[in-house]
Design a protein around this ligand. Structure first.
Ligand SMILES: Nc1ncnc2c1ncn2[C@@H]1O[C@H](COP(=O)(O)OP(=O)(O)O)[C@@H](O)[C@H]1O
Ligand SMILES: [Mg+2]
Length: 375
């Protein structure tokens, strides 16, 4: 017997909020997502009220787990700005307003003001070159004239500061607002700045939710045509919740050509479909290898697998990036190839991918037309 959302809500009806009302009546619940016996949702509360709500979160998880047929339950507390503060999208406001925000479901989270489109770069597993692709894609978007921000949301290995050679911590303005860092003309925030490296993985899940909210709401992003998010790898509950929390315009899936990586990529496509986020396309990374000594082409991880898979899944194929020492070296030393070798073939490949992504976004992320004054 498949578990239904109503069963879950009925179970949550027996869990009381800190004020004693049944949880579903508080208006603090996000949409409840139930898939294959897995349940996830978040409880949106004011930042200051988090300690009071933590036992409620635990009780909610336990109540849902006790429903017959439920295999796992993930409940996240998401802290919104205090009531009355600007820019909270109304989610921390009065009951009805908050309920309306919750009713909008997975996309209830609002993009920060001035940010036209947010896209996720995701992969079914780690080590496929997701961060390298995200950074070079962001720089490619910058090169075709867009204002670009980069949000590093990879809980397992935030690497954007290293890839863009950013040192130090972000400054604050007025005590609460964070200023993004600059990396090659991109505005950058990383989860690495907000969650200490020593934080055990088990604590990261809930912390990441509030860190994400903070990175979206409490950073002075200014006006951006597009924000590129380096998502955590994988397609588990944590990733799904995250995909739900960030108001995404679309997702780019990175895969190597091997079968194994493709299976993971397929899960990625399915995951975004589940939360109604359009897949902008698939990038095949570490495609062909061209020997620097002899120029011979060899397909170490196979070739063309991602293109065929994209066709099969009916999602656009965005392009191939070869397996090349220059990409690895520039990436790992904080000199991304699009920024440091803009005339080379790799930069051209990333810019072509960027142009396809921009076209997929349609009107939302277009740069303002440049006015050319002829002499
Ligand atoms: N196309 C490529 N050619 C050569 N090395 C690459 C390529 N893409 C990524 N790498 C290297 O592979 C490693 C993993 O890449 P990374 O972007 O950190 O992956 P992920 O974010 O998926 O874990 C890094 O050392 C990176 O420099
Ligand atoms: Mg990475």
């Amino acid at each position: 017997m498949a578990v239904t959302k109503d069963q879950v809500l009925a179970a949550l009806g027996k869990v009381a909020s800190p004020h004693g009302e049944p949880l579903p009546a508080t208006g603090a619940l996000s949409d409840v997502v139930v898939t294959d016996g897995k349940v996830f949702f978040s409880i949106n509360v004011e930042a200051g009220a988090v300690p009071k709500w933590e036992p409620v979160r635990k009780a909610a998880e336990a109540a849902v787990r006790a429903v017959p047929g439920v295999q796992s339950a993930l409940v996240a507390l998401t802290a919104e700005r205090a009531a009355g503060a600007a820019g909270a999208g109304g989610a921390a406001g009065a009951g009805p307003q908050r309920a309306a925000a919750a009713a909008r479901g997975p996309s209830a989270a609002q993009a920060p003001e001035g940010v036209k489109a947010i896209i996720a770069v995701a992969s079914g597993k780690g080590g496929v070159g997701k961060s390298t692709t995200a950074v070079n894609l962001a720089l490619g978007l910058r090169d075709i004239g867009l204002k670009v921000g980069m949000l590093d949301a990879d809980i397992y290995g935030p690497s954007v500061p290293k890839l863009l050679a950013i040192r130090g911590k972000p400054q604050t303005r007025g005590g609460t607002r964070l200023l993004p860092m600059d990396g090659y003309g991109l505005k950058v925030m990383s989860i690495g700045f907000l969650v200490e490296e020593e934080t055990p993985m088990i604590w990261r899940g809930p912390m990441v939710m509030s860190a994400l909210t903070q990175m979206l709401r409490e950073v002075e992003w200014g006006t951006l045509d597009v924000m590129v998010v380096d998502m955590p790898p994988g397609t588990g509950d944590a990733q799904l919740t995250m995909a739900q929390q960030v108001p995404l315009a679309g997702a780019v899936i990175v895969s190597t050509p091997q079968d194994l990586a493709l299976i993971d990529a397929r899960r990625g496509v399915a995951m975004f479909a589940r939360v109604n986020v359009p897949v902008l396309g698939v990038v095949e990374n570490m495609s062909t290898f061209i020997c620097p000594q002899c120029g011979t082409r060899s397909d170490i991880f196979g070739h063309g697998g991602a293109r065929r898979e994209a066709e099969r899944l009916g999602v656009p194929f965005l392009g191939e990036v070869p397996l090349d020492m220059a990409i690895r070296e520039t990436s790992d030393s904080g000199r991304p190839v699009v920024a440091t070798d803009p005339d080379g073939p790799h930069a051209a490949a990333y810019r072509a991918i960027a142009a396809k992504v921009r076209d997929q976004l349609g009107g939302t992320a277009r740069a303002a037309p440049k006015i050319v004054i002829e002499a």
